[in-house]
Write a new protein. Sequence first.
Length: 294
Amino acid sequence: MIPLSIPNISGNEWQYVKDCLDTGWISSVGSYVNLFEDKLAEFTGAKYAVAAMNGTAALHLSMQLAGVERGDLVIVPDITFIASCNAISYLGAEPLLIDVDKYTWQMDLYLLESFLEENTFLAGSTTDEGNEIIRSHINTSGRRIGAILPVHVLGNMVDMDRLSAICTKYHIPIVEDSTEALGSTHKGKHAGTFGIFGTSSFNGNKIISTGGGGMILTNDEHLAKKAKHLTTQAKTDPFEYDHDEIGYNYRLVNILAAVGVAQMEQLPGFLKRKKKLTNITDDLLKMKICGFKK
């Protein structure tokens, strides 16, 4: 059996973790958390990165901040890990599954557009300030399409240009589940940087691993600050126990971020190795299909 991915601990992980232990900075505050965020933002081209305890937490908060509400429907491909649907359910919303293209395993955009054309209508609603906003609803039930969640399975990306055009037409925000797509790009733009939010995961089966951990990517400064606020229990004062809304204990701990920093230093080499193995596998499969033996 060929494993999907296994952790490769061969860099400065021991040194950076020892630094955390020696200094006592092992919890959710410490220099490695900020450094890990900076390295992810730089690598992906996102303006902001906010560390979270895992990819599921990153998905949950991203959809909440994108405006997904209780009773909404969130469109997601039917090939995905359960975390995508779980995070939708945390908000009291419901996954609406769209089939995938058989060649790419990504959301079938022809089916998506057909569904939206035939089953939704645009309905105006008014904010507290009196401004009209446009929302897309399921025609038969009146339930809002709160977001579309493309899942870049195994690093293979959906056509984000076309998906972005569809979502603009139907006024639906995109939250990218790019938890398996660190290092993947579409026309030179990194996965997780097309939608209002993108997410990364650093579980043991990802291309880099911190044991557990995730990242929220966004180009919106206000939303980045809001995400960081909510991941730290919505605490408004560094010393007093003042909280201005419901928050979450979602912040990544410094000792795991230290592992992440060491992993990021090795990421270019990991990607190069992955591509080499992909080419070898492709060649072997072609030989088998053609009836040759090595």
